[in-house]
Design a protein around this ligand. Structure first.
Ligand code: AMP
Length: 262
């Protein structure tokens, strides 16, 4: 499905890209705001993971795997192709939405330029770029604690943070103790559906290091660019999650109120 010249489902819609380091709280915040304001989220990393899981395009699957498992950014051609197709579909499926959240796109200057061109084509523009500023030390500690539900990746936990920790570790059926993985780490279970929680391959310590290096190299200049353009809204991402949400809401609420009803 692609947008025809006559139907422009993105015309006049608000677009809110979110930028944060890996484990910067982007997923948590975009999930809350998406529900609260009925703004669908496009999540670039999730779109890639869905393509790999589906396995319909073995060539693209192999390409994505090779970049993602090394914490590297996927090449621009693939990023733009996947973004355009999936995001346009999301817009067509959600004609009532006032705006959309972009989680993990753009991640560098080249992607920002591509997005800017697409916005011109769609008749829209970036509303505010939300940047969650979190130090590298905090990000590393969060990474080693992050766990995802194996049934629903939107159920996210952190075993190092009492506010986000799962309630129960998995126990042996004979009651002999907690179940551990191959590295001796305790396996936890989801508070919502009881499924096992898993560690995403890109949260493994070596990959985290690589992703942070990539983030500094690719995304730091993008943050500087949006700041210079006056488009950046910087939020202290080290605060409690509800405080972070409140501050983002202060920034986006006026725009959502003023935007014309669909
Ligand atoms: P995330 O789910 O946002 O943590 O992304 C997981 C991985 O997907 C990243 O480490 C990259 O390899 C890839 N990825 C996600 N978004 C992008 C993007 N905008 N450009 C290139 N690669 C991306």
């Amino acid at each position: 499905m692609s947008i025809s010249a006559t139907a422009k489902p993105l015309e006049g819609k608000l677009l809110f890209p979110f930028i944060a380091p890996p484990n910067g709280g982007k997923g948590t915040q975009t999930q809350i705001l998406s529900q609260r304001y009925q703004m669908p989220t496009f999540d670039m990393g999730a779109a890639f993971r869905a393509i790999m899981k589906e396995g319909k395009d073995p060539q693209m699957k192999a390409e994505l795997e090779s970049f993602m498992s090394n914490g590297k950014l996927v090449p621009i051609e693939t990023v733009v192709k996947v973004f355009k197709k999936n995001f346009e579909e999301l817009a067509v499926q959600n004609p009532q939405a006032k705006g959309f959240i972009l989680d993990g796109f753009p991640r560098n200057q080249e992607q920002a330029n591509a997005l800017s061109q697409l916005c011109t084509e769609w008749g829209t523009e970036l509303s505010k770029v939300i940047y969650l500023n979190v130090s590298m030390e905090v990000v590393k500690s969060r990474a080693t604690g992050r766990r995802f539900c194996s049934q629903n990746a939107r159920h996210v936990y952190n075993i190092h943070d009492s506010r986000l920790a799962p309630k129960q570790a998995k126990r042996e059926t004979d009651g002999s103790g907690v179940v551990t993985d191959a590295q001796g780490r305790e396996i936890w279970i989801c508070n919502i559906d009881g499924a096992d929680l898993i560690i995403r391959p890109d949260d493994e310590p070596q990959t985290v290091e690589k992703r942070l290096t990539e983030y500094s190299r690719e995304t730091d200049p993008l943050i500087a660019y949006f700041r210079e353009q006056g488009q950046l809204t910087e939020i202290n991402g080290e605060q409690a999650p509800d405080q972070v949400t409140q501050q983002i809401e202060i920034e986006i609420q006026p725009l959502l109120t003023l935007s014309p009803a669909p």
